[in-house]
Ligand binder design. Structure first.
Ligand code: FAD
Ligand code: NAP
Length: 336
């Protein structure tokens, strides 16, 4: 069924009230093919998963299709690992919980990230020192025009820091229908990042497990990130900037307490949240939106904000940070 003039308010975690010219749902590859072949070809296509990484700044003169392809199938199993093919419409955290219940390792640090499995390769989702590229095997995606199903291996996805080929060269061309991940039956734990270790200690954990790490990550996230059901947001609005060693050294001389993370290629990652906080913008409110008071990387909708108001706030943040630190922040959230 194709619906006209549908509100997308319940379908984006910022809670922006915009109208989609046309809207449909699909729950299988064949269903997607028929939706695409029967569509009004004058409208561009926008595929939505959980709507947790998108900001609508204007009405959506597009055919919005909501991915609801379910399924988790074990396709390979050895003594060491298991490969699971997951439908793109599966909720990411449900998949994480499934792997935790089996005791498989690999995505426990990625617990409680909102959104769908199908969107997880889009920006190579990452948190607490893990990225999906580390457990990724392949994905299947349907070409919007030819309706051909293509398999992409890790190399052809060109994963980078919150990046993939689907956000760059192939933007808007493919709809991801399933993703295959390899989980480790003998997990290797990564507790070095952020507050995981201290959270495990506070919880009195003596026997480390994927479940204990997942619980710790969930507890930390719930303590500092706003729940989109309560306060509209799309997680980190900006990427952490990666600068040359020279730029970093100049900044460090002026701001000795600034956190920094040297990268393997000699560049240095800075914490965008620290830059925003130290420009005095943490907790800053402008009209119906603002910078979250516990996590400066997150912009929030206090209720009734338009996408343009939030976009204008992001412009103010970018120019303020550029003026104070000479670093240009890049948006992570997809802008419509
Ligand atoms: P959507 O918002 O629906 O879509 C995002 C983009 O991907 C759009 O351009 C859309 O067209 C495209 N897309 C969606 N599905 C498909 C598909 N099947 N095929 C092709 N294109 C598709 N991200 C992280 O990386 N790490 C975090 O720790 C993290 N924490 C977050 C915390 C909060 C509170 C929130 C609200 C967001 C957070 N995010 C995080 C961002 C977001 O959850 C992820 O980027 C997530 O993968 C988005 O999934 P989605 O299904 O909601 O995508
Ligand atoms: P945090 O732990 O307070 O750390 C602040 C920043 O410093 C993070 O952005 C992180 O970069 C970086 N960092 C911390 N420890 C690091 C280390 N050992 N090595 C390299 N970089 C390090 O961050 P937070 O805001 O509470 O978020 C925790 C994790 O969840 C982070 O990985 C963050 O990316 C992720 N997260 C992402 C989103 C999103 O929407 N993308 C939203 C919420 C949380 P990285 O961001 O590169 O990891």
């Amino acid at each position: 069924m194709i619906f006209k003039n549908t509100s997308l308010k319940p379908l984006n975690t910022f809670g922006i009230d915009v109208i989609a010219a046309e809207f449909a749902r699909f729950n299988s590859v064949n269903g997607l093919k028929s939706v695409l072949s029967e569509r009004n070809k004058t409208l561009p296509i926008l595929v939505l998963g959980g709507g947790s990484n998108i900001l609508f700044t204007k009405s959506v003169d597009a055919f919005v299709i909501k991915n609801e392809i379910e399924g988790m199938d074990i396709i390979t199993e050895t003594e060491a690992y298991v490969e699971v093919q997951v439908g793109a419409g599966v909720v990411w955290h449900d998949f994480v919980l499934f792997t935790i219940s089996k005791g498989w390792g690999g995505i426990e640090n990625l617990s409680l990230i909102p959104g769908s499995v199908g969107a997880s390769p889009m920006q190579n989702i990452g948190a607490y020192g893990a990225e999906i590229k580390d457990v990724f095997v392949s994905l299947e995606a349907l070409h919007i025009e030819t309706l051909e199903l293509r398999t992409f291996d890790k190399e052809s996805c060109a994963f980078g820091y919150r990046e993939s080929v689907f956000k760059c060269e192939l933007k808007g061309q493919y709809i991801i229908t399933s993703v295959t991940y390899r989980l480790n039956k003998k997990p290797v734990f990564n507790t070095a990042y952020g507050a995981i270790q201290s959270e495990l200690e506070a919880a009195g954990v003596t026997q480390i497990s994927v479940k204990a790490i997942s619980d710790a990550v969930i507890a930390i996230r719930q303590s500092k990130l706003p729940d989109p059901k309560v306060l509209g947001n799309a997680g980190s609005f900006f990427k952490n900037p990666v600068v040359s060693k020279g730029v970093y050294e100049k900044l460090q001389a002026s701001f000795p307490s600034m956190p920094f993370y040297p990268q393997a290629d000699g560049t240095v990652k800075l914490a965008a949240g620290w830059l925003i906080e130290n420009a005095g913008l943490k907790g800053y409110r402008q009209g119906n939106c603002g910078v979250h008071d516990k996590q400066a990387l997150v912009l929030v909708n206090y209720g009734g904000a338009t996408g343009n108001e939030i976009f204008a706030l992001s412009e103010l943040i970018i120019s303020t940070i550029e003026e104070k630190f000479g670093v240009k922040l890049e948006r992570e959230v997809n802008i419509w």
